[in-house]
Design a protein around this ligand. Structure first.
Ligand code: SF4
Length: 333
């Protein structure tokens, strides 16, 4: 299959690694298409991604695609709904495949492959859903599932002889035995667990995302990324704060301080506080300062708190008494 070119949707999970390997074994010129979800740092070095390392073990080159505004549109209101948390799996799959299809066209490839297995996932990998995803993504006849291909209708590249159907597989169901055996055969040892890295399936992240969607309409990738950092408290309908948990998170939040309505630091050992929303000096500000003292350690000598806006100190205040844990816990997102 020397003249065949394909794109494989690559997550770093075992199924996508095996799908890629099965096609590589036919001599197909294959490139991985890896979608980077918006909760990853916007300035991430793609060479340091786990998926990049995992692709290297099978000699697969990756093209990285950052999911931004159009993905966020889906996240806000997925036509096929959410899974158990805030994971819009069916629409997410359709989105990934559509983007992979655009990439396929741009490099003149013949098909897009995925690591989907018939019957493996209750939501997105039932046969009829898989057909629906193929139709919705506009890739009818060119969406290949090498691990289950023999259980599905032949695709155009198979009919045209660009992919050898006899060398494709017929795996189905939720069991992982066949995949584990194949992994051993191909010496694949480094892979992610299914949906393991997706924060939309995490219930704590999901409640932060729900809160963000409820209180902010014009959200972007950085808003979503910031959900993964620090402790989050909703002080009122107007005001939310993010408190860094350690020095590294403080540095990370500082990178985005220009987006904060207020950015609060102290002259004692403690967190930084990223504030979103219009803060009333008598209502929300005292609560925020009490939170600062709860996580910081003001002492007799050092107890000043600096309220900053646009990188300038607009107020300097004595530290407050720490907030009670019970009062704090009801505000936690
Ligand atoms: S688990 Fe996450 S990445 Fe995977 S399909 Fe669902 S939403 Fe998309």
């Amino acid at each position: 299959m020397k003249n065949t070119r394909g794109v494989v949707l690559f997550s770093g999970g075992l199924d996508s690694l095996l799908a890629a390997k099965v096609l590589q074994e036919q001599g197909i010129d294959l490139i991985g298409f890896h979608c980077i979800l918006p909760f990853f740092p916007p300035d991430i070095n793609t060479e340091e991604l786990t998926a990049t390392r995992q692709a290297k073990q099978i000699g697969l080159k990756l093209h990285h695609y950052f999911c931004k505004a159009d993905y966020i549109g889906i996240l806000k209101d997925p036509p096929h709904g959410y899974g158990s948390h805030m994971n819009p799996c069916i629409d997410c799959k359709i989105f990934f495949i559509k983007k992979a299809a655009e990439f396929m066209e741009s490099i003149g490839a013949d098909f897009v492959a995925t690591g989907e297995v018939v019957g493996q996932r209750p939501m997105s990998q039932q046969k009829n859903t898989m057909r629906h995803i193929e139709k919705e993504s506009g890739l009818e006849g060119k969406l290949l599932r090498p691990l289950s291909a023999k259980l599905l209708s032949p695709t155009i590249p198979e009919l045209e002889g660009k992919v050898d159907r006899t060398k494709l597989l017929s795996i189905s169901g939720r069991g992982r035995k066949q995949q584990m055996e194949l992994a051993a055969k191909y010496n694949i040892t480094d892979y992610s667990s299914p949906a393991g890295g997706c924060l939309f399936t995490d219930k704590f992240f999901a409640s932060r995302l729900r809160d963000l969607l409820d209180f902010k309409s014009d959200i972007d990738q950085i808003d979503i990324y910031l959900l993964s950092i620090g402790r989050h408290y909703r002080i009122s309908n107007k005001v939310k704060v993010i408190i860094s948990k350690n020095e590294l998170e403080g540095i990370e939040l500082s990178k985005y301080r220009d987006r904060a309505d207020l950015f609060i630091e102290a002259d004692f050992k403690g967190p930084v506080i990223f504030v979103s929303g219009e803060v009333d000096d008598h209502k929300e500000l005292p609560i925020i300062l009490k939170i600062m003292s709860r996580y910081g350690k003001p002492d007799k000598l050092n107890k000043k708190v600096y309220i900053k806006k646009n990188n300038s100190v607009i107020k300097e205040i004595e530290a407050f008494e720490p907030i009670e844990d019970f009062a704090l816990s009801v505000m936690r997102i």
